[in-house]
Design a protein around this ligand. Structure first.
Ligand SMILES: C[S@@+](CC[C@H](N)C(=O)[O-])C[C@H]1O[C@@H](n2cnc3c(N)ncnc32)[C@H](O)[C@@H]1O
Ligand SMILES: COc1ccc(-c2cc(=O)c3c(O)c(O)c(O)cc3o2)cc1
Length: 345
C-alpha cells in the first residue's frame, strides 16, 4: 500500500513538470523559427570552429544579451551544443540551415506561418462538428484554393514540400530502388514544384517524368531535364504513364476522394505492367515506433489543414486500394516517416 501511495505521489510530481510542455508548447517552434530567421545555424556553419556569443552577435547584428538567452534555451533543448570554446552545431541544428540539402527549415517556416497556425484555433469546432474544416473556418476557403489565390503562400507551401522530397526520395532510392525496376515513365500526381520527380529521374535516368499538379502550381515549377510539367485536376484525369506516383497526396483527402483519385490513376496506367506507387505514412498504432509521434502529429495537421484528410493504418490503406479496384498491394518501410505502397490493378 505504501509503495502505491509513493508511486501516485511521484506521478503527481511528474505531472507538474510535464504540464509545462503543453502550456508553453508553442515556444519550441517559435524559438527555432527565430533561430532560422536570424540565420544562427548558417552563421555557425560558416564560422566553422566553435562560435562564441560575441562571434555570433556581431555576425548576426543582434543584442548579445538577448542572443545569449536564445542560445541558452536552444542548448537546453539540445539543438546546439556548448563547449568552453563556444557553441557547436549538432545534426539537429544542421536540419535548420536555410539552404541545407536535407534542411527542413522551409517546413518549419510553413507550419509556423500565421496562415497555417490560424486553423489550429478552430480545431475543437472541427472535432465538435466533424464537418467544418478548420482551415476553411479560419480563411473562408480550403488550403488549395487559398494557395491558388495567394502565390506567396503557395511558394511557402511548395518549398516546404520540396524540402521533404529532398529527404524522402533519397530514402526511397536507398531503401527500395527495385520499386522502379522496369518503369519507363512515371506521372507524379500532385507533384508540386517537381522537386521530387527531378530527384527520382536523377536517380533513375531511364524514367520519363510527368509532373502533374494544379495549373497554378506547375506554372511556377522549374524546368528540368527528363521532367514534363502538366497542369490539370487529378479528380478529372491523370496523364498516362507506366506508374502513377503519389507522395503526401492521398492523406489530404477522405476515403471517397482517395478512391476517386486512385481510380483515375488506375485508368492512367497499363493493365499488365502498370502500378501505383504511394509514399505516405502508415500509422502503426505502435507507440514503440520512434516515428509514430510524427505520424500522429501529421494526422492532426491533416485535421487542421485539410477538409477531410487523415493519416491511415495499413487496414485503412487496404480498404481504399481495394475499393479503387487494385487487386493486391505491398507496403515497404523506409527510414523516413513514410512507407512505400505499391498497388497493382
Ligand atoms: C501535400 S502536397 C504534396 C506535394 C508533393 N507530392 C510532395 O510530396 O512534395 C499535395 C499536392 O497536391 C496538389 N493537388 C491538390 N489538389 C489537386 C488536384 N485536384 N489535382 C492535382 N493536384 C492537386 C497540391 O497542389 C499539392 O501540390
Ligand atoms: C519530413 O517529414 C515531413 C515532411 C512533410 C510533411 C507534410 C506533408 C504534407 O502533406 C503536409 C500538408 O499537406 C499540409 O497541409 C501541411 O500543413 C503540412 C504537411 O507536411 C510531413 C512530414
Amino acid at each position: 500500500m505504501e509503495g502505491e501511495v509513493n508511486r501516485e505521489q511521484e506521478e503527481e510530481a511528474q505531472a507538474h513538470v510535464d504540464i509545462w510542455k503543453y502550456v508553453f508548447g508553442f515556444v519550441d517552434m517559435a524559438v527555432v523559427k527565430c533561430a532560422i530567421q536570424l540565420g544562427i545555424p548558417d552563421a555557425m556553419e560558416a564560422h566553422g570552429a566553435p562560435a562564441t556569443l560575441s562571434d555570433l552577435s556581431s555576425t548576426l547584428g543582434c543584442s548579445p544579451s538577448a542572443l545569449h538567452r536564445i542560445m541558452r534555451f536552444l542548448v537546453h533543448r539540445k539543438i546546439f551544443k556548448e563547449a568552453p570554446a563556444g557553441y557547436l552545431q549538432t545534426p539537429l541544428s544542421r536540419l535548420l540551415l536555410k539552404n541545407g540539402e536535407k534542411s527542413l527549415a522551409a517546413l518549419l517556416l510553413l507550419e509556423s506561418s500565421p496562415v497555417m497556425l490560424a486553423p489550429w484555433h478552430c480545431l475543437s469546432t472541427r472535432v465538435l462538428a466533424n464537418e467544418s474544416p478548420a482551415f476553411e473556418s479560419a480563411h473562408g476557403e480550403d488550403v488549395w484554393r487559398y494557395a491558388q489565390e495567394n502565390p506567396g503562400h503557395s511558394k511557402l507551401f511548395n518549398d516546404a514540400m520540396a524540402c521533404d522530397a529532398r529527404v524522402a526520395v533519397p530514402a526511397i532510392v536507398e531503401g527500395c530502388p527495385e520499386v522502379f525496376d522496369g518503369v519507363e515513365s512515371v506521372v507524379d500526381v500532385g507533384g508540386g514544384d517537381g522537386t521530387g520527380l527531378r530527384l527520382l529521374v536523377e536517380a533513375f535516368p531511364w524514367i520519363r517524368g510527368i509532373n502533374f499538379d494544379l495549373p497554378h502550381v506547375v506554372s511556377v515549377a522549374l524546368d528540368c531535364v527528363g521532367v514534363e510539367h502538366v497542369g490539370g485536376d487529378m479528380f478529372a484525369s491523370v496523364p498516362k504513364a507506366d506508374a502513377a506516383y503519389l507522395k503526401w497526396v492521398l492523406h489530404d483527402w477522405d476515403d471517397d476522394e482517395c478512391i476517386q483519385i486512385l481510380r483515375k490513376c488506375r485508368e492512367a496506367i497499363p493493365k499488365g505492367k502498370g502500378k501505383v506507387i504511394i509514399v505516405e505514412a502508415v500509422v502503426k498504432e505502435d507507440n514503440n515506433d520512434k516515428l509514430e509521434y510524427a505520424r500522429l502529429m501529421l494526422d492532426m495537421v491533416m485535421m487542421a489543414h485539410t477538409n477531410k484528410g487523415k493519416e491511415r493504418t495499413s487496414k485503412e490503406w487496404a480498404y481504399v486500394l481495394s475499393e479503387s479496384g487494385f487487386s493486391r498491394h505491398t507496403i515497404k518501410n523506409i527510414k523516413t516517416v513514410q512507407s512505400v505502397i505499391e498497388a497493382y490493378p
